[in-house]
Design a protein around this ligand. Sequence first.
Ligand code: NAP
Ligand code: ZN
Length: 348
Amino acid sequence: MSTDALAALSAGAPLEHFKVPLRELRDDDVAIDVRFCGVCHSDIHKARDEWGGAIFPMVPGHEIVGLVAAVGPAVTRFQPGQRVGVGCFVNCCNDCTQCARHMEPYCPRVVATYNAKDHDGAIAYGGYARAIVCRERFVFSMPTTLDMAASAPLLCAGITMWSPMTRLGLHKEPRRVGVVGLGGLGHMGVKLAKSLGCTVTVISRTPGKRDEALQRLGADRFLLSTDASAMATAAGSLDVVFDTVSAKKELDPLLDLLAVEGVFCTVGLPMQGVRYDFVPKQVIRRRLTLTGSSVGGTQETQEMLDYCGKHGITCDVEVIDGDYINTAFDRVVRSDVRYRFVIDVTTL
Ligand code: NAP
Ligand code: ZN
C-alpha cells in the first residue's frame, strides 16, 4: 500500500508530490485518513537539514489530525470514524523508566514521526500525506468540539508549551510568565498561560505583533526585544521565561528579565552548532534555573487536548493547499504567518 504525500528529496529542495509506502496494519496499529497537518518550524529545520542527520526522501509533518480508517485487533481505544491525532513520536522502547511514566520523548529509543528509522528499520514518514499508520500508544483522541484544522497544531506547538508549564507547576500556582518569539509555539504559550491564570508578557522583535498580542491573544504586556530601555525597565519582572525563538539570539537580556529564582526554559531549537553564552554571575546572584523541554509525553498530551477541548482553546491558523507548501516554508522563516499554516491534505 502507498499514499500521496509531499516530500523533500534533498536538503533544502522544494517539497514535491511523492508516493510513500504505508505498512500493513499490525495488531496494535491505527490506520488514519489524514485531513489536516500543521507546518511546524521543526519541519523546515529538518527538511533543510539544519539539525544534521536528515533522511531523504523526507515527508515532514507531526501535527496530524484525521479520522480512523481501520484498527488492528488489539486496539482498544479507537474505532473507525473517530477523530484522532498523531504528534511528534510514533514508537519508544516500552521498557525504560521514561516510557513507564509516559515521558516517551526522553526514552533513549524514541522514534520521531518522520525523518527517523523505526526499530524494525523502516523509515518513518510524517503527516504531509493522505494517510498514516501509527501504533495505538501514540494516537490521541481529538476533541470534536474544536475546529479540526485549528486543533492540529496542539499536537506539537500546544503540548510543547503545556508540558513545561505544568512541570513548573503553573497550573497550580500561576506566575509571571514571559514568552519570547510570537510564532506557532509562542502564541500557544500565551493562550495556555493565560488560561492557567498567569500574567503574560510577550517578548518579540516584531512591533507589528504588539496589538495582536495584547488585544487578540490576551497578553498583559508586550516588550519589543530591540528596545533596550524597555527591556531594562522590565528587568527582574518575570518568574518564568519560555524561549521559543527558532534562531540564535542574545541570552543575557532575556535572563535579566527574571526575578530571583526565576526559570529560563528553552523550547526553541535553532540550527546545529548554535551555542549560547551567559554571565555566570547573573545566574548565581539571582539563583536562576536554566532548563529545556521536548514536546511532551502521551499522557500529558491527551490531558492537554482534553483541557483545550473543555476550554475552547485552538491555534490561530491559515489553512493552505498542498501546492502552497514551499511558499509557506519561506513565510514561516520570515515570521510572516499568524500563527500556524495548516495543510488541508485532501488537496494532495
Ligand atoms: P515560528 O512559528 O517560526 O516562531 C518562531 C518565532 O521566533 C518567530 O515568530 C519570531 O517571533 C521569532 N524569531 C524567528 N527568527 C528570529 C530571529 N532571527 N531572531 C529573533 N527572533 C526570531 O516557529 P515555531 O514552529 O513556533 O518553532 C519555534 C522553535 O521551536 C523552532 O526552532 C522549532 O524547531 C522549535 N520546536 C521545539 C520543540 C521542542 O520540543 N522543544 C517543539 C516544536 C518546535 P517574533 O516575530 O515575535 O520575534
Ligand atoms: Zn513541531
